[in-house]
Design a protein around this ligand. Structure first.
Ligand SMILES: Nc1ncnc2c1ncn2[C@@H]1O[C@H](COP(=O)(O)OP(=O)(O)O)[C@@H](O)[C@H]1O
Ligand SMILES: [Mg+2]
Length: 683
């Protein structure tokens, strides 16, 4: 980095805009009183480039200004760049980065200040610390390295060389290594899991065999059950047929019974009529019979009348005969002349005659009366008999009537009985049966006598389904078990992969461990220091040779014996041994002035080595107040020394408040603080 132009306003002691053109000189002395604003210029450069100076906040803004503004134009590796940084008080930084493109400025600024900052540092290949350590001999910090105790020097050197970064590398490597170890841990876990699983190979295979056997068994059972079910279905089908036939039979029977029922109801409706007819027939029969019963009486009466008549007739015939006899007797008596009665043989007196005649007459009259009475009775009887006869002839037709009626009574009775019987039989048998059949048909429980199989179709189907389910489940189990066996091959492959992976990881871990060791204090940083030290030593001696007229030289001692003589290992240290004409002594034994030259030489050597290491070209050297501790001769030597290294740098700025040094360098830049702030004047 070679500064070309610095513009500064409102920054630290600079209120009014001030400008410093570097192009007109290679070596200049910046002079001015304490507090004039000399160091502020360096702050302006680092602040412009890195946003970092003695502070990095608002306190950098000049007390009388609203904003700090620094613009630095510089050259780096053939290009011209410009950085403009503005910090308005209380606000955020505005940063512009540009590159000179023939006549104009091309922006290199990024979206954010942070990104632009990163870009600047990338371009310079330096950060603030390295830049300051390499280029600046800062006030009060010039002997930072040499002033340290021997044991701490290595740390300081490391820090100057920017070796802290290795600690970061080490940390990152350790993090990475730990994550790798975690991976190994998890892989070990996985391998252990796999091993555990692989140990189960035999049991798993055994289990698979068992399951396969069980599946086979289930399969056979299921097939048997299927056959059984098939049989049952056939039986069920024929059973259905039987039931259908039975049903048809019942329905047929029902049809018959229904007809019977109808018949019975017809008959019951007929029966009252028949009963009426029966009653009337019975009545007619009774009437006919009554008629016939009168005839017997009539016949008896008639025969009685006939008998009486015959008796009367016979009596009257007798009476007639008797009356004829009486008449004859009377005639005999009347005609009798003799003295003896002809009738009784007694003397015939007139008297006797008369009395006997009289007697005969009474007797005749009696008989005649009787005869006449009989005769009249006979007439009555004849009349009666005729009457009976006529009546009896009338009764003769009642016989046939009786027969007819008797027949119809019998017939009707028989019919009624038949009907009643059939109704009764319907009621006692048919209706009952019909009801029974209706119930059977309604409940569809016909043919209870049919032998049903002991296992129902449903049950058999359920059994089969259950078996199928069991079989399926078993099959799944077999598949699962087989998978669990076959998966072991995958596991073996996986394990092999894991083992390979683990080996790779272990290798990586050991590599990382190696790296960690390498990045550790005793590793690369130590090596770098070891490597840097001879370079620094050579360069420092080169310079010291010139500064001391070949009188002084230094030597770095990195290891020393412990005071404890029993220890045969060596102590890590960084002693600086200086030899001059008088011999070899430690740095600490030299005077301030002598030490300063050593400091200067070492510090300059460090700067060069550091810049080399970063790949950055160190082209500017700034020595801020390096002369304070030097006597006149020492100052003279330092001036010579600076002139001696002049050719190594593009720009050298020597800052001092000492008046007598002002003219020791080709160009003089005077800084003066007036009321309005610091001012720059190139003399
Ligand atoms: N924000 C500020 N505003 C004004 N002056 C400041 C500010 N900060 C520091 N100063 C002053 O700027 C002056 C210049 O300091 P510096 O450049 O270190 O002096 P020197 O020339 O001795 O190197 C000092 O007197 C310091 O007090
Ligand atoms: Mg100063």
């Amino acid at each position: 980095m070679i500064p070309l132009q610095l513009r500064i306003a409102g920054f630290l002691s600079y209120h009014e805009p001030a400008e410093l053109d570097f192009t007109s000189f290679d070596l200049a002395c910046i002079s001015g009183q304490n507090g004039a604003g000399k160091s502020s210029l360096l702050d302006a450069i680092t602040w412009a480039l890195f946003g970092q100076a003695r502070k990095r906040d608002d306190s950098l803004v000049n007390l009388q200004s609203k904003a700090a503004e620094v613009s630095l134009t510089f050259q780096y590796e053939g290009n011209t760049y410009r950085v403009q940084r503005t910090l308005p008080r209380g606000k955020t930084t505005i940063l512009e980065f540009q590159i000179r493109d023939s006549e104009s400025w091309r922006p290199l600024s990024e979206r954010t200040t942070r990104e632009t900052q990163a870009r600047i540092e990338q371009t310079l290949r330096l950060d603030y610390e390295t830049f300051v350590n390499a280029s600046f001999f800062l006030q009060g910090k010039a002997d930072q390295f040499t002033q340290q105790t021997a044991s701490k020097r290595k740390d300081v050197l490391g820090s100057i060389l920017g070796l802290e970064v290795w600690e970061v590398y080490k940390q990152r490597t350790a993090d990475k290594r730990r994550s790798l170890e975690e991976e190994v841990g998890s892989i070990d876990g996985r391998i252990a899991e796999i091993d555990e699983e692989l140990a189960e190979e035999e049991p798993r295979k055994k289990r698979l065999k068992e399951l396969e056997a069980e599946l086979k068994q289930l399969n056979a059972t299921r097939q048997t059950q299927e056959n059984a079910l098939e049989n049952l279905r056939k039986i069920a089908a024929s059973l259905d047929q039987q039931l259908a036939a039975e049903k048809a039979k019942l329905e047929e029977e029902r049809r018959g019974l229904k007809e019977q029922e109808k018949e019975a109801s017809n008959q019951s409706s007929m029966i009252s009529d028949l009963e009426l007819r029966f009653e009337s027939a019975k009545k007619s029969l009774a009437e006919a019979e009554k008629k016939i019963t009168g005839r017997g009486e009539l016949e008896e009466s008639r025969s009685a009348a006939r008998e009486q008549y015959a008796e009367l007739k016979a009596e009257n015939e007798l009476l007639k005969a008797q009356m004829d006899e009486l008449k004859e007797r009377m005639d005999q008596l009347e005609s009798a002349e003799g003295a003896t009665c002809p009738l009784c043989g007694q003397p015939l007196s007139a008297q006797h005659r008369k009395s006997t005649l009289k007697q005969l007459q009474v007797e005749g009259k009696e008989k005649g009366d009787r005869f006449r009475i009989n005769k009249s009775s006979m007439d009555d009887l004849a009349k009666q008999i005729a009457e009976y006869e006529s009546k009896l002839s009338k009764i003769g037709s009642a016989e046939s009537e009786r027969l007819t009626h008797s027949n119809s009574v019998t017939q009707l009775m028989e019919r009624i009985e038949t009907i009643n019987n059939s109704i009764k039989s319907w009621e006692t048998v048919g209706a009952k049966r019909l009801k029974e059949i209706e119930t059977i048909l309604a409940s569809e429980k016909y043919a209870t006598e049919i032998q049903k199989p002991s296992v129902s179709l449903d049950e058999a189907e359920r059994d089969l389904n259950r078996l199928r389910e069991q079989e399926n489940q078993k099959r799944e189990e077999v598949v699962f078990a087989r998978q669990k066996v076959s998966v072991l091959d995958e596991r073996r492959i996986r394990k092999a992969e894991f083992v390979v992976q683990r080996e790779e990881l272990s290798r990586a871990i050991s590599q990382h461990r190696t790296l960690e060791r390498a990045f550790g204090k005793d590793g690369v940083p130590a090596l770098l220091i070891e490597q840097a030290l001879p370079q620094i030593e050579t360069k420092a001696n080169d310079l010291l040779d010139r500064l001391s007229n070949g009188q002084m030289s230094i030597r770095f001692v990195t290891q020393a014996e412990y005071k404890d003589k029993k220890r045969d290992d060596l102590k890590e240290t960084l002693d600086i041994q200086i030899s001059d004409g008088a011999g070899l002594r430690d740095y600490e034994m030299y005077s301030g002035g002598e030490a300063f030259r050593v400091n200067f030489a070492i510090r300059l050597a460090l700067s060069e080595v550091l810049a080399q290491r970063k790949g950055a070209r160190l082209q500017t050297l700034v020595i801020d107040e390096g002369f304070g501790s030097q006597d006149v001769q020492g100052r003279q030597r330092l001036i010579e020394a600076i002139n001696l290294v002049k050719k190594d740098f593009a720009k050298i700025l020597v800052i001092t408040h000492l008046e007598e040094l002002k003219d020791a360098f080709p160009t003089r830049i005077e800084i003066e603080k007036i009321q309005t702030g610091s001012t720059i004047r190139v003399a």
